[in-house]
Design a protein around this ligand. Structure first.
Ligand code: NDP
Length: 296
């Protein structure tokens, strides 16, 4: 079997188009422009690249982008004051604090100071609780992107066996909650899981979010399963710097029914879902109907 390629780059472009057309309607029909504020503390090069890309895609979708760059030695009080101002600013519908924060800042405290309805990353403890209890919440972007791709490929996920490898708060756990919400039978695997190959072999859907290059080989995968590879790992191969996932693409693609590549799979969906969450937050703030197909 040769797997169908799930093209995250193309799918993300369709999500961005949906976002942009909803933004146009919000502007024309209601005079509202959604706004996303991104707060970056310090000069981490990777974070600077992400923030630039987020700002560019936000404005390309017709939304307002607000960037707050703060020095690496910013105090907790100063950062909290900026978030407080954004929480009460009616032009700002989404707030994202770029992680990781410098070590002297308490990440949990900072994230939980964001107004939950503007928490477009879905990391606030209220949103975690709402998602866990099946209530309307802001959903973390990467798992939301995975869910959208799975729904697009399968239609209904009801009754499918899903194995999520990884139990982080930003990917593994919310991914499992979303799959449960779509009536999958969900197993969460992690570093202490016994017989991981045997566990993965039971899965109709495998989501790998580990951070170990090509850890999941094709012979762990059930014939015809759908494989979503969240991992982003830089490796040296043949003297070249290469980006690979947590799944060994070559061998897995021979067994799986469908698979996401790295790069060009889950990665592009993450920022697209950030834009989607911002529009959703804006609609909710204004008591308007949410865009269809852009929420969980
Ligand atoms: P974390 O490091 O927070 O979590 C990794 C998880 O993998 C942990 O739960 C850990 O288990 C588990 N794990 C580690 N080793 C093994 C093993 N040998 N067998 C089974 N499970 C194992 O990572 P994240 O969730 O933040 O990210 C995971 C990957 O996804 C990374 O490559 C990251 O770069 C990528 N990523 C990609 C995004 C995108 O936009 N495409 C966005 C976010 C992340 P335990 O809890 O027991 O330690």
């Amino acid at each position: 079997m040769t797997a169908k390629l799930i093209d995250g780059k193309a799918f993300a472009a369709t999500v961005r188009e949906k976002v942009a057309s909803h933004v146009t309607r919000l502007k024309e029909d209601h005079g509202i422009t959604p706004g996303l504020a991104v707060v970056l503390v310090g000069e981490d090069p990777a974070s600077q690249v992400y923030v630039r890309s987020k700002g560019k895609q936000t404005t390309e979708a017709g939304m307002n982008s607000y960037e707050h760059k703060m020095d690496a030695d910013t105090t907790e009080a100063d950062l909290l004051a900026v978030i407080d101002a954004l929480n009460t600013d009616p032009a700002v519908h989404g707030i994202l604090v770029q992680l990781p924060l410098p070590g002297h800042l308490n990440e949990d405290l900072i994230i939980n100071s964001i107004a939950p309805e503007k928490d477009v990353d879905g990391f606030h403890i209220s949103n975690v609780g709402l998602l866990g209890t099946g209530q309307k919440s802001m959903v973390p972007c990467t798992p939301l992107g995975c869910l959208m791709m799975l729904r697009d490929h399968h239609g209904s996920l009801s009754g499918m066996n899903a194995v999520v490898i990884g139990r982080s708060n930003i990917v593994g756990k919310p991914m499992a909650q979303l799959l449960l919400g779509d009536s999958c039978t969900v197993t969460i695997a992690h570093s202490r899981t016994k017989d991981l190959p045997g566990v993965v072999k039971q899965a109709d859907i495998v989501v790998a979010a580990v951070g170990r290059p090509e850890m999941v080989p094709g012979d762990w995968i059930k014939e015809g399963a759908t494989v979503i590879d969240v991992g982003i790992n830089r490796i040296e191969r043949d003297g070249k710097n290469k980006l690979v996932g947590d799944v060994d693409f070559e061998s897995a693609a021979k067994v799986a029914g469908a698979i996401t590549p790295v790069p060009g799979g889950v990665g592009p969906m993450t920022i697209a879902c950030l834009l989607a969450n911002t529009v959703t937050a804006c609609c909710r703030a204004n008591g308007l109907a949410e865009p269809e197909g852009l929420t969980a």
